[in-house]
Ligand binder design. Structure first.
Ligand SMILES: [Fe+2]
Length: 285
């Protein structure tokens, strides 16, 4: 099946053949994504992001007992969470926020709705999203929640998945994440497979000059294939990092350790696919 897809010549119109049925904007985006394995995308409906941030501010202040004159403004709270929460209390804060957000059934559709066009261009217009939302908070100097250089597929996640990494603050330098662009990621993965005793730190030192630290201002997000090597280091900037990450994959592409129904939920299913599923079910009765 995969070989057939790889070797098949795309059905192309006679004019503008190089980009097939894609619009110029889609062709430019997908060409770049195939080359680099990631893209920094502008979010649509930024008012939704503002609303999520306001909700989180309220949930967090309530959890931390920050009332009246003690209640920090929104920018002060997100930039300087380290002034209002302890490292020990961070996981409790994170869970309080996630539980509060999950009470809103429109939360997940709201999130992928902000990147819908790019998700469809990258993945498919029929896609599944992870059931739960991941929130990460990294205080300045915090070395307790680091992600060493890795690819999620090494742990059995599907190589067909992408990650939407969406910050609630401006992310830059060590406050951001890094990626090893696609060509080098593929080469380094091959090198790693051929060498025994290669750990993440040794690999990090080897590829460090080629890593790209992503500059992602509030209002933008990163869409990347987690086949790429990526990770973060200690946040050496003076402000706190708040980020969401959401896994998304083509509904009908192969699943890894995170399965449909368990970890993934269908988010967009077209009528022809539904009818096909129902026909197959009827036939099996
Ligand atoms: Fe990862």
């Amino acid at each position: 099946m995969l070989t057939k897809i790889k070797n098949a010549k795309p059905s192309e119109p006679k004019r503008g053949a190089a980009r097939g049925f894609s619009s110029p904007a889609e062709h430019a985006f997908t060409s770049e994504f195939l080359d680099k394995g990631y893209s920094i995308i502008p979010l649509e409906h930024k008012d939704r992001l503002d609303a999520v941030r306001s909700t989180i501010h309220a949930l967090a202040c309530e959890h931390l007992g920050l009332k009246g004159a003690k209640r920090p403004g929104l920018s002060e709270f997100f930039d300087h969470t380290e002034r209002h929460a302890t490292l020990e209390g961070l996981n409790g804060l994170r869970l309080a926020v996630i539980n509060g957000l999950n009470a809103d059934p429109d939360l997940m559709p709201g999130f992928y709705g902000m990147a819908r066009q790019f998700i469809e261009w990258t993945v498919s217009n029929e896609f599944a999203v992870q059931r739960g939302i991941n929130l990460s908070i990294q205080l300045p100097g915090d070395d307790s929640s680091l992600l060493p250089l890795h690819s999620d597929v090494w742990d059995g996640n599907s190589p067909y998945e992408v990650v939407l990494w969406l910050p609630l603050v401006d992310c830059f330098k060590t406050k951001s994440m890094y990626v090893l662009p696609r060509r080098r990621s593929r080469e380094a993965t091959a090198e790693m497979r051929s060498l025994k005793g290669f750990n993440a730190e040794k690999l990090f030192a080897r590829v460090k000059p080629e890593l790209v630290w992503l500059d992602v201002p509030y209002g933008k997000a990163v869409l990347f294939t987690h086949c790429l090597m990526h990770g973060n280091r200690v946040n050496e900037e003076s402000t706190t990092r708040w980020t969401f990450n959401i896994r998304i994959k083509g509904l009908l592409t192969p699943y890894g350790v995170k399965e449909l129904g368990e970890s993934f939920l269908p988010a967009a299913v077209r009528p022809a696919t539904r009818i096909g599923f129902e026909y197959a079910e009827d036939e099996a009765k």
